[in-house]
Design a protein around this ligand. Structure first.
Ligand SMILES: *Cc1c(COP(=O)(O)O)cnc(C)c1O
Length: 316
């Protein structure tokens, strides 16, 4: 069922990035940036497109409280809190671990009035279980899935793929960070598997079955086989929350060539993946490449290691 709630500002812009393109070894007109960091609500980012569907369904079901999970610096949790405020609902955010100092996204969660539940020492499944228990504890609660990545949420990126095709008709490859998988799945459904280069961030243990599972629930022109998906698994480094050297360099590059801020977990990894893809010939000059900026700026201010490095001119 599709019950979409209007939360964002559409379409998001597509901007040329000639200086970044040339720094990467592409022609000046080969690269454009799709600004899904500018989606409008709550500091912006890709999760707004998914929340239009998942919160729309929750409102249609008569919910008064949205419950969701993620890492403490989750952009999805922050935007769920903002969407709840916009829709006149409450938000409960369930995070692993013990209470942490309010930095980055946690500051905004508090500003939007979300209630935070610290779930203690739990793994991914344990966290999901705690969130499900809270969601089931009273009838007005609705669980918004991890990262907003259900087939319903991914419909937001089917829309985005169509929007992008209209803006960039000669699109060859769109490069995107892969977290919970819904953004990649929606884009693949809209644009086909060859057009989407997804850079794994380490948010999931194994992204391939998650993306194919989401695709099973999406409208596709023809069935898509797992082998057709283009995933880069080489940018995770020591793990999801760690800023790698390649990411620190990619953040400097975007900032100093185009005045664009990337985050240390998602968009920095996506650009580091694009750098690697140009180096190994997967992305070539003369083809139109789109870098999808999915947001995440508050996460930079919630990442002490990346902040210290940025403040030192990236050299620390
Ligand atoms: C969540 C997120 C992603 C990844 O999107 P998924 O749909 O979870 O794969 C990319 N960039 C940013 C900034 C995000 O917050």
């Amino acid at each position: 069922m599709e019950t979409r709630l209007s939360l964002g500002t559409w379409p998001t812009p597509v901007e040329p990035a000639p200086r970044l393109a040339m720094a990467l070894g592409l022609g000046p007109d080969d690269l454009v940036v799709k600004r899904d960091d500018l989606t409008g609500l709550g500091g912006g980012g890709n999760k707004v497109r998914k929340l239009e569907y998942t919160v729309g369904a929750a409102v249609a079901d008569g919910a008064d409280t949205l419950v969701t999970t993620g890492a403490p610096q989750s952009n999805h949790a922050r935007l769920t809190a903002a969407a709840a405020a916009r829709a006149g609902l409450n938000a409960i955010l369930v995070f692993p671990g013990e209470p942490e100092p309010a930095i980055g996204n946690l500051v905004l969660d508090a500003l939007f009035g979300a209630r935070i539940v610290w779930a203690g020492d739990v793994d991914h499944d344990g966290l999901a279980g705690t969130a499900a228990e809270i969601a089931d504890s009273r009838p007005g609660n609705v669980l918004i899935p991890f990262g907003g990545s259900s087939p319903a949420g991914a419909l937001g990126y089917v829309d985005a793929g169509r929007e992008l095709r209209g803006q960039v008709p000669d699109l060859d490859t769109v490069v995107v960070a892969l977290g919970s998988g819904g953004t990649t799945a929606g884009l693949v459904a809209a644009l086909g598997p060859r057009a989407v280069l997804a850079v794994h961030t380490g948010a999931l243990a194994d992204p391939l079955p998650v993306v194919t599972g989401l695709l099973d629930g999406l409208p596709v022109a023809r069935p898509i086989r797992a082998e057709e998906l283009r995933l880069r698994l080489d940018q995770v480094g020591p793990g999801y929350a760690t800023q790698t050297d390649a990411v620190a360099e990619a953040m400097l590059l975007a900032a100093r060539t185009e005045g664009i801020v990337l985050d240390p977990v998602y968009t920095g990894r996506a650009l580091a993946g694009l750098v690697a893809a140009v180096a190994d010939g997967t992305v070539r000059p003369g083809a139109r490449t789109v870098f999808l900026h999915t947001g995440g700026l508050p996460g930079l201010f919630g990442h002490p290691q990346a902040l210290a490095r940025a403040a030192d001119g990236g050299l620390a």
